[in-house]
Design a protein around this ligand. Sequence first.
Ligand code: C5P
Length: 399
Amino acid sequence: MSRTPLRIVVGITGGIAAYKAVSVVREFVKDGHHVDIIATEAALQFVGRPTLEAISRNPVLVGLYDDVAQVRHVALGQQADVIVVAPATANTLAQFATGLAPDLLGNTVLARRGPLVVAPAMHTEMWDNPATQANISTLRSRGVVVVGPGVGQLTGSDSGPGRMSEPEEIVAAAYEAVSGEAKHDLLGKRILITGGGTREPLDPVRFIGNRSSGKQAVALAQRAMQRGAEVTLISAHLEVEPPAGISLVSVSTAAEMHSEVMTLSPDFDIVIMAAAVSDYRMDSVSGSKLKKADNGGELHLTLVENPDILKELASAKTAEQIIVGFAAETATGEDLLRLGQEKLDRKGCDYLVLNHVDWNEGFGTDRNEVKVLSSSDDRIIKVSGSKLAVADKVLDTFA
Ligand code: C5P
């Protein structure tokens, strides 16, 4: 929540998500800020001028040549504390990236002095298009805050990356940008993150798995990307969609994760091993479904140990690399800290993010409470909050 009243320009461009821009404007107005809406002609095909004027309590501006005497195309940009463009279409992003200004919004963005926040919304194919990706990289490298897009149901029957982020997230990003909290401290860093739970097959149908949802790893990937890093996520089984804009490598077993981590890690500055990796796998996976009748009331499985990826990685790391491990333990209090310290020493990583897990704690939840241990000193950093907030604080430790 921002304190002093701000002058905010909300740019609305021609996408179906324009209806969600109404909620963005409403939030700003509710918080006491002055909002000028600049809509493109296309935006007004999706949402009506009366709605936007009633919500913003100001006339909606569209044309470059309306009220030229007020030199609006320069004044609005110069005066705005922040410009928020939601939704930002692929076409709009391309214009911003190349400095084109065919309309009032383009001119205002070029003439601005404050931060620019864009919330892309488009079909997955357009988002994935190398041209759009290059434009997004250009904008990020210039400090533009890119919020989302999220992954989910799109306008048609399809779903995927391209859905505009929720209004609250866009509003929060705008306030962060104004207060200078929008960090780009990971610009130029390459971060490899593992997440989710591995699955070790018993037979073609069954597996040994764990309750990791991958939410904390996905939150880390999202925040690292927003803070400017180039992120690759090696994902085992996830229960949440990874953010758009990162590279994704999907694996299933610990052995697959081992191979990907060892192959990719030399090219990364920071490796964060947030995945829940199975310590064991079947010594031989049955080629056909195991039958109950074959086993006379008992089923005996022979498991063999998986490679400890984190330990191997830490022993192979270069002096510049930072390796971060995770440890989920059911112990509490001093026992938890002792286990964490032992694990940090045994694995040889630079940091260990320690959290207490239980039937109702840690797995699948949206909140987390962790302690970050460091190999270089005795500091114990305690962090709690949403998994996104925890991700931020964890990244702060070594950013
Ligand atoms: O020993 P433990 O499984 O508690 O260690 C957890 C940390 O080690 C996590 O960072 C996890 O990703 C990593 N790990 C690993 N390879 C394994 C088991 C765990 O890299 N086989």
